[in-house]
Design a protein around this ligand. Structure first.
Ligand code: BGC
Length: 754
C-alpha cells in the first residue's frame, strides 16, 4: 500500500468502461490473497490476509495451514481470551495495532474478527470466537473493527452466518428456527455491522436452513444490506462458493480464492444467456471498486510498527483476559520470599501454547515462556525449579515425569502446575469429541496436592475444559485461554501479583459436557445439524434447565473485592414510544489493591407471552477502581434491548409489563435487583405472539387483553369446561351448541380483532 493507489471520483463511469469479462474478473481474486487488477484503467489489486488476532501475510503461495510460512507479526491473544476481557477499549487498541501491522505488510483487509456463537464447547474453532453471548460478541467485535479501520485497513467480519462447528463445515445445513437465528446467531453480526460498519463481511461455508450462506439472498441481501444497511463488500470464505452465478445473484461480491477460468467464465456465460442480470453483476463490481477506493483513500506512507510496543500491548491484553476461576484462602498472588523454592510444573510453562491451528496461525515476533518470565521476576533468593510433569503426547516416560514433578513439589514451598490442551486437540477443521484435559495431566494433581496443599493451576486452552473432576485438589485456577505470544509473561505478572486478574468468562464452564444445552444436537448427521436448544444457548440454557455449572458465564475473581450498592431505576416513554430505562448503582473497591470489575446487567421477563431464558445480559461495563474508590455506573436501555423476535410479525417486538433487573458480578452472582413496570400497552395485532384469528384457541383469545374481554362477554361456560375445551380453536367451537360462540358471534369477534 506504499504505492499511490487510484481514488475514483466517479465509480459508475469507471464501471461503464469495463468489459463484461473485466467485470467478471474483478469479482474474483487474482490469486489466493489478492483481488484482480485492471491495468488499463489503473485499477489496482488489493491484498487480504488473516486475521483475526495477528497478521498471517503469506509472501509466497497461499495455504491454510501456514505451511508456506508467513511474515513475522505480533500474535495477540486469540478471541477466546479477548472475549474474556469484556473490554471494548482493549479490543480497539488491539485492533489499531493490527491495522498498523497490516498496513506495514501491504495488507488492505484483515480477515477478522470472527464472532460465531460458541454453541458447543466442542467447536474446534471456539478459540477464534468471542463468546456464547451475542451482546458480548457484538460489542467487542465492533470495537475491534473500529480499531482496525481507524488505520485505513478494512476488517472482515466473519463467518456470516451460523457457522458454529467444524464437522462437515463445507456442506452441513445449520437448521435453526427464526427466533434463535435472530436473537442469538445474527444479533452480534447486526450490532457489529450497524455500529462499526466493517468494509467487508465474510460469508461462511455452511448452509443456513438448506441454502449455502454464499448464495443465500435472504442472508446476504435482505438482512445484511436491506435491514442492516451494510454498504461494504461480501467476500466468500475461502472455497465457500458452490455455484458462482447463484452467489452473485444472492449478493456475494468477491469469490476467494479464485476459481480462475471457471467462475469468471460461468458469470460471463450467465450474463450472455440472460440468466444473470448484468445490473446485478455491476452492483458487485461497484462494491469491489468501492473497496479499492477505500483502500486508496488510506494509502500513503505506512507507519513502521513499533513491534516492541505491540508486544507490550499483547502482554497487557493477555493480563486483562485471564480469568481467575478460584482462589481459595487467597493463595494467589504467590508472594515468594528469599530462600523459598517455587516449583513450576508442566511442559506448557516451558513450551507455551498460546494460539490455535489453522488459518489464524501467526508467525510470532517473539514468544515468552512463563518459566523464563517467572525466573526473571521473582525476588532475589527465590529458586524457580522446573519439572515437565507430563509429555505433550502421552508417552512411555509419563510415569517418570510425574514422579520427578511430585518429588520437586515435595521439596518446594509453592507449586504451580501449567496445564492445557495439546495443540493437536483443537484446531480449525475439526471439532473435539470431549472436553477433558489429558489424563496424564489430571492424574498428576492429587499427587501434587498430597505433597503441596496450596496447589495452583494455570490453564492454556482455546475452549472450555472440564474441571469438576479435578479442581477440588487445587486451591487456585487461573484460566489464561490461548493468550498470544506474551501469554507467559502475562501469567507471571498475574501469579506474582504485579497485575490483578480482571477477565470474566464469556462462556460457561459446565460440570460435564452432557450438561451443555446443545449436547444432543451437536454436530448433527446426514448433512444437517438441528439447533434443537433454540434460544437456550450457553448460560440461557444452563439457567433454564437449572443445571449447576463449574463456573458460570460472567464469573471471574480479582485480588481485590467489590461491593455493589444503591440500585436506581427510571423509566421514561413506552415500549412503542421512545422507551428509555436507566439503571444505575454504585460499585466500590473494598479491598487493598487496584482492580477492574465487570459490572453486568441482566433482565428477566416473568410475565412474557413467549418462552424466555431466566435472565439475559443486556449491558455491561468494565471499571477500574483504586482501593476505596467508589464509582457510579449507569446503563441506558432502549426498546430494542428488551425486544424478542416475534415469529408472528417477523419483526422485533417489545412487551410491556414487569421487568426484573439484576446487576451482578456474574450470571449467577446477582448483587442488586429491582423491578420496574414498562408502561402498559398493547402490542400491535401483527406483533402478538399469537394472531387472533379463527385458528387461535379459546385460551389464546382469553389471554389477549382486547380479544379476551370481547369473548368473555359472550361466553357461557364455567371454568371446569374451559379447562377441557380451552385448547379448541375458536372456529371449531361454533359447531358446539350452548357455548355462546355461534357463527355470527365468531364473525363479529374476528372482525373486531382485525
Ligand atoms: C477460514 C477463514 C480464513 C480463510 C483464509 C478459511 O478456511 O475459514 O476464517 O479467513 O480460510 O485463510
Amino acid at each position: 500500500m506504499d504505492d499511490p493507489v487510484t481514488t475514483y471520483s466517479d465509480l459508475p463511469s469507471l464501471l461503464d468502461q469495463l468489459t463484461l469479462t473485466e467485470k467478471a474478473s474483478l469479482c474474483l481474486g487474482s490469486d489466493f490473497w489478492h483481488t484482480a487488477a485492471v491495468d488499463r484503467l489503473q485499477i489496482p489489486a488489493v491484498a487480504l490476509a488473516d486475521g483475526p488476532h495477528g497478521l498471517r501475510t503469506q509472501p509466497q503461495a497461499g495455504d491454510h495451514q501456514g505451511l508456506g510460512g508467513s511474515l513475522p507479526a505480533t500474535c495477540f491473544p486469540t478471541a477466546s481470551a479477548l472475549g474474556s476481557s469484556w473490554d471494548g477499549d482493549l479490543l480497539r487498541r488491539v485492533g489499531r495495532a493490527l491495522g498498523v501491522e497490516a498496513r506495514s505488510q501491504g495488507v488492505a483487509v484483515l480477515l477478522g474478527p470472527g464472532i460465531n456463537i460458541k454453541r458447543s464447547p466442542l467447536c474446534g474453532r471456539n478459540f477464534e470466537y468471542l463468546s456464547e453471548d451475542p451482546l458480548v460478541s457484538g460489542v467487542l467485535a465492533a470495537a475491534m473493527i473500529d480499531g482496525v479501520q481507524s488505520q485505513g485497513v478494512g476488517a472482515s467480519l466473519k463467518h456470516f452466518a451460523v457457522n458454529n462447528q467444524e464437522t462437515d463445515r463445507l456442506r452441513v445445513s445449520a437448521d435453526v428456527d427464526e427466533r434463535p437465528l435472530r436473537e442469538i446467531y445474527l444479533a452480534g453480526f447486526e450490532r457489529a455491522v450497524t455500529q462499526a460498519r466493517p468494509w467487508t463481511v465474510m460469508c461462511s461455508y455452511n448452509k443456513v436452513n438448506g441454502t449455502y450462506a454464499s448464495q443465500h439472498p435472504w442472508l446476504l441481501t435482505t438482512v445484511l444490506r436491506e435491514e442492516w444497511g451494510f454498504d461494504g463488500l461480501v467476500v466468500s470464505d475461502w472455497g465457500a462458493v458452490a455455484d458462482r452465478v447463484a452467489a452473485v445473484a444472492a449478493g456475494l461480491d468477491l469469490e476467494m480464492p479464485p476459481n480462475l477460468g471457471v467462475s469468471d467464465a460461468a458469470v460471463v456465460a450467465a450474463v450472455r444467456a440472460g440468466d444473470l442480470d448484468e445490473a446485478v453483476l455491476d452492483t458487485a463490481v461497484l462494491r469491489v471498486l468501492q473497496l479499492v477506493e477505500r483502500v486508496g483513500a488510506a494509502s500513503g506512507p505506512a507507519p513502521e510498527p513499533d513491534l516492541a510496543a505491540h508486544h507490550r500491548l499483547a502482554r497487557a491484553a493477555a493480563r486483562d483476559c485471564a480469568v481467575l476461576l478460584k482462589n481459595d484462602d487467597g493463595v494467589l498472588p504467590l508472594r515468594p520470599t528469599a530462600g523459598e523454592t517455587l516449583a513450576v510444573i508442566g511442559e506448557f510453562a516451558r513450551t507455551p501454547r498460546y494460539q490455535g491451528a489453522g488459518s489464524s496461525q501467526v508467525n510470532p515476533t517473539r514468544v515468552e515462556a512463563a518459566l523464563d518470565e517467572l525466573r526473571g521476576a521473582v525476588p532475589d533468593g527465590v529458586e524457580v525449579a522446573f519439572a515437565a510433569g507430563f509429555g505433550l503426547d502421552s508417552t512411555a516416560d509419563d510415569d517418570q515425569l510425574a514422579t520427578e514433578a511430585v518429588e520437586l513439589a515435595a521439596r518446594s514451598d509453592r507449586v504451580v502446575a501449567f496445564l492445557g490442551l495439546p495443540a493437536a486437540e483443537e484446531s480449525e477443521g475439526f471439532d473435539r469429541t470431549h472436553i477433558d484435559l489429558p489424563a496424564n495431566q489430571t492424574a498428576l494433581l492429587p499427587r501434587l496436592a498430597a505433597v503441596g496443599p496450596d496447589l495452583v493451576v494455570v490453564l492454556a486452552n482455546g475452549s472450555a475444559v472440564e474441571l469438576s473432576s479435578w479442581d477440588r485438589h487445587v486451591k487456585a485456577v487461573l484460566e489464561c485461554w490461548l493468550s498470544g505470544q506474551a501469554a507467559g509473561g502475562a501469567a507471571a505478572d498475574l501469579l506474582l501479583g504485579t497485575a490483578n486478574p480482571s477477565g470474566r468468562l464469556a462462556e460457561t464452564l459446565p460440570l460435564r459436557l452432557a450438561d451443555c444445552p446443545s449436547y444432543l444436537s451437536f454436530p448433527g448427521e446426514a448433512g444437517h445439524v438441528r439447533y434443537g436448544e433454540g434460544i437456550f444457548v450457553g448460560y440461557r440454557g444452563y439457567d433454564a434447565l437449572d443445571r449447576p455449572v463449574s463456573y458460570p458465564f460472567g464469573h471471574g475473581l480479582s485480588y481485590t473485592t467489590f461491593d455493589y450498592a444503591a440500585i436506581t431505576t427510571s423509566v421514561r416513554g413506552r415500549v412503542d414510544d421512545d422507551l428509555v430505562i436507566d439503571v444505575g448503582c454504585e460499585v466500590a473497591n473494598t479491598g487493598t489493591r487496584a482492580g477492574k470489575e465487570v459490572v453486568q446487567l441482566y433482565v428477566s421477563r416473568p410475565e412474557s407471552s413467549v418462552q424466555r431464558p431466566p435472565r439475559e445480559l443486556v449491558a455491561f461495563t468494565k471499571l477500574g477502581l483504586e482501593p476505596g474508590q467508589v464509582d457510579t455506573v449507569t446503563f441506558r436501555l432502549g426498546a430494542r434491548d428488551l425486544a424478542h423476535w416475534s415469529t408472528a410479525a417477523h419483526d422485533w417486538a417489545v412487551e410491556g409489563g414487569a421487568l426484573e433487573l439484576a446487576i451482578g458480578a456474574s450470571s449467577r452472582d446477582l448483587r442488586l435487583t429491582a423491578r420496574v413496570d414498562v408502561p402498559a400497552h398493547q402490542l400491535p395485532a401483527s406483533h402478538r405472539s399469537v394472531a387472533l384469528d379463527g385458528s387461535a384457541t379459546l385460551d389464546e383469545w382469553l389471554a389477549d387483553p382486547g380479544g379476551g374481554a370481547a369473548l368473555r362477554a359472550v361466553l357461557t361456560i364455567d371454568e371446569e369446561t374451559l379447562r377441557v375445551i380451552g385448547n379448541f380453536p375458536l372456529n371449531r367451537l361454533s359447531a358446539f351448541p350452548g357455548l355462546g360462540v355461534t357463527s355470527s358471534v365468531l364473525a363479529r369477534l374476528l372482525d373486531d380483532a382485525r
